[in-house]
Design a binder for this molecule. Structure first.
Ligand SMILES: Nc1ncnc2c1ncn2[C@@H]1O[C@H](COP(=O)(O)OP(=O)(O)O)[C@@H](O)[C@H]1O
Ligand SMILES: [Mg+2]
Length: 262
């Protein structure tokens, strides 16, 4: 089931997903390469979260195929699916943590579900994961409501990393954070990607994240992939939504300086 480094770790073909009479994704094809940080952008309500949730098996597709780690998920047995699921971690857009569990209990949750370890080992692994994302022991005993927004995201990331995944799916990881906390979180994602060799599938509308952490960007519009490539390719793309997003008032130039101050 393993793939060599030049192959796609995720391969999606002609994906169609909808609800009732609404078609959200209408023929999405894309590949994610091992070790890259891929950013997914698109209009609000355009199907970014639906795409992420379909890839991890939470939403049924109507058509198309999804292969992860070289395995067509339609052909995976229950056991194979469980094995595949253990190789990815997810940070959801909403409800990132269980509110009644402390930060460290949240991180231990996937371990308790999938692994049989001693209590000491659960504690040690949780401490290591929390250290990795920059949370100290004292804060790790707090409930999510007692932590700042940035810390909650860090704990959610530590939980996504609990089972040493090869892929992490991040849905708007910096939304709701102030620009400084968002910048720190971006730096953390990039550092962890480099040290752990992760593949990162990141839905975001944060232009700073796209500029600083993503190796490649895929733009979704009208239920399809309308542009794919590095940031430079987005800046050259003439699709109206991509143009408005990357070259509009709130965008900034390639050099990193604001394109407009208002
Ligand atoms: N579980 C669901 N049931 C019905 N409609 C849904 C569901 N999840 C998402 N949608 C619809 O799919 C569209 C895309 O949503 P979403 O992927 O969340 O957008 P975004 O790009 O902002 O993440 C929206 O119109 C949303 O209302
Ligand atoms: Mg979303």
């Amino acid at each position: 089931m393993s793939v060599s480094s030049d192959q796609a770790i995720i391969r999606v073909r002609d994906l169609v997903v909808g609800f009732g009479t609404q078609t959200v994704l209408n023929g999405v094809s894309l590949e994610v390469r091992r070790g890259e940080i891929l950013g997914i952008v698109g209009a609000s309500g355009g199907g970014k979260s639906v795409l992420l949730r379909t890839l991890i098996g939470l939403i049924h597709k109507r058509r198309g195929s999804i292969a992860i780690f070289g395995k067509d998920l339609d052909r995976a047995s229950v056991e194979e699916m469980q094995a595949v699921e253990r190789r990815w971690g997810v940070l959801f857009q909403q409800g990132a943590l269980f509110s009644s569990l402390s930060a460290r209990e949240n991180v231990q949750f996937p371990m308790r579900e999938h692994l049989t370890l001693s209590q000491t080992l659960y504690e040690e692994v949780a401490t290591a994961k929390l250290e990795m994302v920059g949370l100290n022991i004292e804060d790790s005993r707090k409930l999510p409501a007692e932590l700042s927004g940035g810390m909650v995201k860090r704990v959610a990331l530590a939980r996504a990393l609990a089972l040493d995944p090869e892929i992490v799916f991040l849905d708007e990881p910096t939304s709701g954070l102030d620009p400084i906390a968002a910048g720190e979180f971006d730096f953390l994602i990039k550092t962890l990607q480099q040290t752990l060799g992760l593949t990162v599938f990141m839905v975001t509308h944060d232009l700073d994240s796209l500029h600083t952490v993503c190796n490649r960007i895929i733009a979704l519009a009208d239920g399809k992939v309308v542009a794919s490539g590095p940031l430079a390719a987005m800046l050259e793309c003439d699709h109206p939504w991509v143009k408005a997003y990357f070259r509009g008032k709130r965008a900034r130039g390639v050099s990193g300086t604001p394109a407009s101050t208002h």
